[in-house]
Design a protein around this ligand. Structure first.
Ligand SMILES: O=P(O)(O)O[C@H]1O[C@H](CO)[C@@H](O)[C@H]1O
Ligand SMILES: Nc1nc2[nH]cnc2c(=O)[nH]1
Length: 247
């Protein structure tokens, strides 16, 4: 479901849930909603996820602003004939995550006294969590956290020149002691704890980042959307996904 509303003077659409490759969808299916959002007029994309931390400075509940990613997923969403209406055949991935939005998010986090880290996210296909050796590999490869999503959506967003911001909640740590207890239940619980700060951060980022303001007569939607946002974030806790798209 797509939830439409406003935050401040920005029009926002939140996707309730995402598709994962491990669920059996193709990468084209996984990323189809991003294409739809672009054609709805979305200019900026905010993607969130839950991930396992391999950076020893992180702990369960850490908020990590994704500054880059490593694509270790088995199928590429842009494989096959390129549709030039969407974007070019060969996509520049030098800046997949908006430097401007990252800077703004860090500024907001400091003001709101929310601890944030930045880091590199590595995407694996899942659905298994990593073995200890795989977590070590992730670290050696230069990533700070690992998950099973986000990378395909961000690639497709960049294909269509959507400005993208990504944030990850560290829900478990990929070290010797911690991996014994890694489970989806633990992931959900950790995501739930981080939710209030993530909500404040994302909301304020949407308010402050450059974008097209609403016309004055559209302002009445605000309080309705506040309600939606609350329920979206609840949903996020259950399904670990709140990509928010705004234009
Ligand atoms: O990346 P999201 O969907 O946020 O969630 C992460 O957490 C789930 C595993 O617990 C997997 O879906 C993994 O990718
Ligand atoms: N691959 C992977 N995905 C996750 N999602 C939440 N935690 C993890 C993790 O440790 N590994």
């Amino acid at each position: 479901a797509l939830v439409f509303g406003t935050i401040g003077v920005k029009k926002v659409v939140a996707m309730q849930g995402r598709f994962h490759f491990y669920e059996g969808y193709s990468m084209k299916e996984v990323t189809f909603p991003v294409r739809v959002l672009k054609y709805l007029g979305v200019e900026k994309l905010i993607v969130s996820n839950a991930s396992g931390g391999v950076n020893p400075n992180y702990k369960v509940g850490s908020i990590v602003i994704i500054k880059d990613h490593i694509n270790f997923m088995p199928e590429h969403p842009l494989r096959g004939k390129n549709d030039e209406r969407f974007g070019p055949r060969f996509v520049n991935m030098s800046e997949p995550y908006s430097v401007e939005m990252i800077a703004k998010a860090k500024e907001i986090a400091q003001e709101l006294n929310i601890e944030v880290h930045d880091g590199v996210y590595l995407g694996l296909q899942g659905p298994t969590f990593e073995t200890l050796s795989e977590y070590r590999m992730v670290k050696i490869l230069g990533a700070d956290c690992v998950g099973m999503s986000t990378v395909p959506e961000v690639i497709v967003a960049r294909h269509m020149e959507l400005e993208t911001f990504g944030v990850s909640i560290i829900t478990d740590m990929g070290d010797e002691e911690s991996i014994l207890s890694v489970s989806h239940k633990e992931v959900l619980e950790a995501a739930k704890k981080a939710e209030p700060n993530l909500r404040k951060l994302v909301k304020e980022l949407i308010v402050r980042v450059n974008g097209h303001p609403l016309k004055p007569n559209q302002m009445h939607c605000l309080s309705i959307f506040e309600w939606h946002l609350h329920h979206c974030l609840k949903w996020y806790i259950q399904f670990l996904y709140l990509p928010t798209f705004f234009w």
